[in-house]
Each structure stands twice: as structure tokens, then as C-alpha cells.
Design a protein around this ligand. Structure first.
Ligand code: GLU
Length: 563
């Protein structure tokens, strides 16, 4: 929801509150909610406050039913969050014909690693298999050699392992070409398909005119001969294809006698030596049927394919699975196109498939997003047909629930300045590794008069600061130069002086640390103990959660996860 206008944010927060509690909320409560959910609007506080009454009035004007429908449509994730809070676990809507168990599949093309767009189908199908019991098939759809990246087989497997899905079996379509060839022969025998040797352009013209091409009337035995000739390399690319007999009067020209098999001369397939390839609609139907798939959850962009596929089911006398097509999900802020990612990596704009600018599973993992958070965020989005935009904030909120109780706390001082504090005794500070779990113990920081603090904390209006877990420091300015003196350790004094409580480091306990964020790099120092957290998510106090990516004698490299 980043970049939302104040009025809309107020309206949605007021609406969510009204749906949750019945009545209409107070302006103060709504403003607080908006500031919490949209920190980027804090700088526009005046504007937000001025609009609150209006937004609440808009909600008040809606009937209770309309409030629910509006929230569901405009912000399905906010609606989902409500039921989540009430029921703890978001339950997906029931599927028909699922009582006796289901067989479902996740069917990615191995054209690159999996990204956040894939996660929805992967997680939803997984959740349904868990809900009803049954089999969950991973089907690698690699019958379009132009869209196969040989490395993707391994990457997809790794990504799914990371996501932790309950896959029960894996099939790879390029291993199954002979099965498809055999089914094609059966389909031709049933007069459901024919071999078309028309020039492609000519076929298109006829199709636009709803006219059959001459090949459509060929006898079954002629079609079988031509099919054999296709398999025997008797044709080159573009000279022959197999077409499904559909309805030439179908209002959508793309439905009319669509192709099921084609010949590809050139591109070598990394796994098979073949020359005749099934097109997606054919191989998907063949496998959904042969693997006993009962339910297919996929995006709305497949609705036309579902219609095309029905013709094949009907010709073969097979029953179609139950389909659910969810709405489109816009994803902003990361690069998702496989070809763009590949190019960017090649040109050195990204460090690899796990560069944090990308929306791949491996980039999320590298940033410290947990697979559970990804799955939970996808389940909260659900299978609704409404188009939505993916909310990074919701993913981060899911992730925060997981990492907050686990992550140890440390100080990281970005862009540090060294300050010497007069009048202070040497002192050992004990800071909790976790604020709500005392059993984890403390880190010790040895204060000996000089510390590092973030440079950004010093400006002339600052007259007192409190060094977290240490004491208060009075800041006196003379000709733009600050000096620092010990000012006791009373928290009440610090509060009265509205002192910021800031992170700090003893100079001798400050390890170089680079924090990489999607916006850029922050250089600073952190506690030496952070080295022991390699591979884990910790919280840099007042900065946010970070994943410790590398630790060497030269220092630490961390990736920013979220606030
Ligand atoms: N391989 C197809 C895709 O990734 C999925 C096919 C399907 O879900 O039926 O778009």
C-alpha cells in the first residue's frame, strides 16, 4: 500500500475499524491507525488530520453490508487481516467435490527461479492439499524449449524446498513426450484433431473468416499418416501442426482450432532430443487427466486456456477438474520479468538471482523474509477473483510476527561520530538480547568515556540524549560545536527533556558493518557479537530487522529486511 493518498488510507482504516467493531471510529483512533500503517504519511500529519472527519463520514454513510463489500473489494488484505485476528488461522473458502481428498499441482515453467508471483499458486494449492488431504504434484512444464533455462530445474527445486511445500511427487513434462504423442494419436482417431499443413498466415486469414481450412476435412487415416510423418521428421518447422477441432464460429478467434503440437527444428532442449512438441494446452490437459488432478487453482490469465482445454476433455470423453481462477496481482517495487532479470545479471546491474532488487524467492530469503511469512501472506490474499496489488507491508507484517520473537537485538550505528562524555565513570552496560525474553541474557558494552553514535542524531536543537541501557548525556552547543557531559541515569529526566534514546557503541567494541538496503548502502559499526549471528535475522535497534549475510575479519555485511 506504499504511496497511498491520505484520504484513501483514512477511509480504509476507518472502514476496517467499522467492520471490526460495528460502530464508526473516533478521528483520533483512525489517524493513529493510518500513521501506524503508513509511516510515509507521518510527514503529512496535518493533511491527514484535516481529512479524518470526512473519511469517517464516508464510512458512516455506508450500510453495514456495504462496508463489508467495499472493504473486501478495495482492500482484501485488510479484510483478511480481520478474520485472521478473530480465527487465528485464515481458512480458505471450501472447494466443491473436495470432501474425499484432492490431487492438486503446481506447474511452473523452468525459465528461471521462482518469484513472488509464483508463490501464490504454490502456496494456495499447498494449503488446499493440507486442508483436504491428498497429493500435491510438482509438474515442471518444459515443453517449450525457448522458455527453458537449464539452470532453472535446480533453482525451482531449491526454491520449493525453501518454501517448504508438501509436494508428494514430481513430474517433468519433457520426460513424457511419448505419452503425449500416444494421446495425440488417440485424439486424431476420435476425430478431435487434425494435422494442418496450411501456411500459418493463410490459416489465420481463414480463421478470421470462420472458415475451415482444407486439412480439417481430411480422413482420420490421412491425419494419422501425416501425424506419423511429423514424428518421422518428414516436415520442418512451420510446415505442419496438429490442431484441435473446436468451434469455428466461436466469437473469440483464439478459440478456433487452436494448435496442440508443433515442430521445432532449431532450439536444442536441455533434456530431450525432440522435434515435435506439445503446446501448453495439450500437455496440461494430458497430465491433469493422467495424474488424476481433481482441482486446479490458477490465475485468471488462464481462463481462456480453461475454455480451450474443455474441447480436448470433451473429445476424449474425460471429466474436467474443478477450476478456480484468482484475480491478477500487481507487484510493485521489484523486478519480476525473467528476461529482464537475466539481462540485468548479465550486464552486472544485479549481483545474481538473489540480488535484493529482485522479487525472487532467493532474494527474499537473502533479505531475511521467512518462507512461512510468504505463505501466510499468500493465504491472506486468497483465491479472490478481484484484481489486487500485492502489499509488501502485509508481507513484512507477517514476517515481523515470525522474526520479532526470535531475533536478538544489537546496536548498529550508521555513519558514526565519536563523542567523549565528560564527568562519566567507567561503566559496564548490560543490554538485553531480547526485550521480552530475559532468559536469553545480555550483551555487555564497556563504557570508558568515548562512544560512537549516529551522526544524524546531532543537531543544534538536541540538548539531551539518552544512550540506551547506559545513561543520559547533556549536549551543550557552542559556536556549532557540541560538548557532552554525564547527566545521570534517570529515565524520568530523559523523558522530561524529551531526549531520544539512541544506540551507541564503545569504540573498542565496534565492528565495521555494511547494511545493504533496496535504497542503497549504509556504512557503520555494530557490536562484535553480531558475527555469531551469521545467516540469522537480528534486530538492529532503532534501524530494523536485518539478515546477517557475511562475516569476515574485515567486518559484517547485513541485508535490510524491514522495519
Ligand atoms: N505452466 C503454466 C504457467 O506457469 C501453468 C499451467 C497451468 O496452471 O495450467 O503459466
Amino acid at each position: 500500500m506504499a504511496g497511498m493518498e491520505p484520504k484513501e488510507a483514512l477511509f480504509l482504516c476507518a472502514l476496517q475499524n467499522a467492520v471490526k467493531h460495528g460502530g464508526v471510529p473516533q478521528a483520533g483512533a483512525v489517524i493513529g491507525m493510518v500513521m501506524g500503517a503508513h509511516p510515509e504519511l507521518r510527514s503529512r500529519a496535518k493533511e491527514v488530520s484535516a481529512l479524518a472527519k470526512e473519511a469517517i463520514a464516508d464510512v458512516a454513510a455506508l450500510s453495514p453490508e456495504d462496508r463489508i463489500t467495499t472493504l473486501k473489494t478495495k482492500a482484501p488484505e485488510m479484510f483478511a487481516a480481520l478474520s485472521e485476528r478473530h480465527e487465528h488461522k485464515k481458512v480458505l473458502p471450501d472447494l466443491e467435490k473436495a470432501e474425499k481428498g484432492v490431487v492438486m499441482r503446481f506447474a511452473p515453467n523452468p525459465s528461471g527461479p521462482l518469484h513472488i508471483g509464483h508463490a501464490r499458486a504454490a502456496a494456495l494449492n499447498d494449503a488446499y492439499v493440507k486442508q483436504y488431504g491428498g497429493r500435491y504434484i510438482l509438474r515442471i512444464e518444459d515443453t517449450d524449449p525457448k522458455r527453458v533455462d537449464p539452470d532453472a530445474y535446480v533453482m525451482v527445486a531449491e526454491d520449493l524446498k525453501w518454501l517448504g511445500l508438501g509436494i508428494t511427487e514430481t513430474v517433468t513434462q519433457s520426460d513424457r513426450l511419448s505419452i503425449y504423442y500416444d494421446l495425440c494419436r488417440q485424439l486424431i482417431e476420435r476425430a478431435g484433431a487434425y494435422v494442418c499443413t496450411c501456411d500459418n498466415e493463410h490459416f489465420k486469414e481463414l480463421k478470421q473468416k470462420k472458415t475451415a481450412c482444407p486439412c480439417r476435412e481430411q480422413t482420420v487415416s490421412k491425419n494419422l499418416d501425416l501425424w506419423q510423418k511429423m514424428l518421422d521428421h518428414g516436415f520442418h518447422e512451420g510446415e505442419a501442426s496438429v490442431r484441435i477441432k473446436t468451434d469455428l464460429n466461436h466469437p473469440d478467434p483464439a478459440m478456433r482450432d487452436f494448435p496442440a503440437f508443433r515442430i521445432l527444428d532449431a532450439p536444442p532442449h536441455p533434456k530431450v532430443k525432440a522435434h515435435v512438441y506439445p503446446l501448453m494446452n495439450f500437455s496440461v490437459v494430458a497430465d491433469d487427466h493422467l495424474l488424476d488432478v481433481t482441482h486446479v487453482i490458477r490465475g485468471k490469465d488462464h481462463i481462456a486456456n480453461t475454455r480451450r482445454q474443455k474441447y480436448i476433455y470433451d473429445h476424449m470423453g474425460w471429466e474436467q477438474p474443478v477450476y478456480r481462477h484468482y484475480g491478477r496481482m500487481g507487484i510493485e517495487g521489484v523486478v519480476l520479468s525473467t528476461s529482464q532479470m537475466r539481462l540485468g545479471i548479465k550486464e552486472g546491474n544485479y549481483t545474481g538471482w538473489d540480488d535484493i532488487q529482485l522479487g525472487t524467492m532467493r532474494a527474499l530469503a537473502r533479505r531475511g523474509i521467512s518462507p512461512e511469512a510468504v505463505k501466510n501472506a499468500m493465504l491472506a490474499i486468497g483465491i479472490g477473483e478481484t484484481d489486487i496489488s500485492f502489499s509488501w507491508d502485509n508481507l513484512y507484517a507477517e514476517n515481523r510476527k515470525i522474526v520479532d520473537p526470535i531475533a536478538n537485538r544489537y546496536f548498529f550505528v550508521p555513519d558514526p561520530v565519536e563523542i567523549t562524555i565528560g564527568g562519566a565513570q567507567k561503566h559496564t552496560a548490560h543490554a538485553a538480547l531480547h526485550p521480552s525474553d530475559a532468559s536469553r541474557g545480555t550483551r555487555t558494552l564497556e563504557f570508558d568515556g568515548t562512544v560512537l553514535i549516529p551522526k544524524s542524531e546531532l543537531s543544534e536543537e538536541v540538548t539531551m540524549i539518552r544512550l540506551k541501557d547506559l545513561f543520559n548525556v547533556r549536549v551543550t552547543w557552542e559556536n556549532g560545536t557540541p560538548s557532552f557531559t554525564f547527566a545521570g541515569d534517570s529515565l524520568a529526566d530523559a523523558r522530561a527533556a524529551k531526549a531520544r534514546i539512541i544506540q551507541w557503541l564503545p569504540v573498542q567494541q565496534a565492528t565495521p558493518c555494511t547494511l545493504l538496503t533496496q535504497e542503497g548502502t549504509m556504512a557503520g559499526r555494530c557490536e562484535p557479537l553480531v558475527k555469531g549471528e551469521l545467516g540469522k535475522v537480528v534486530q538492529f535497534e532503532r534501524v530494523g530487522f536485518v539478515k546477517i549475510d557475511a562475516a569476515s575479519p574485515d567486518g559484517i555485511c547485513a541485508y535490510f529486511t524491514h522495519k
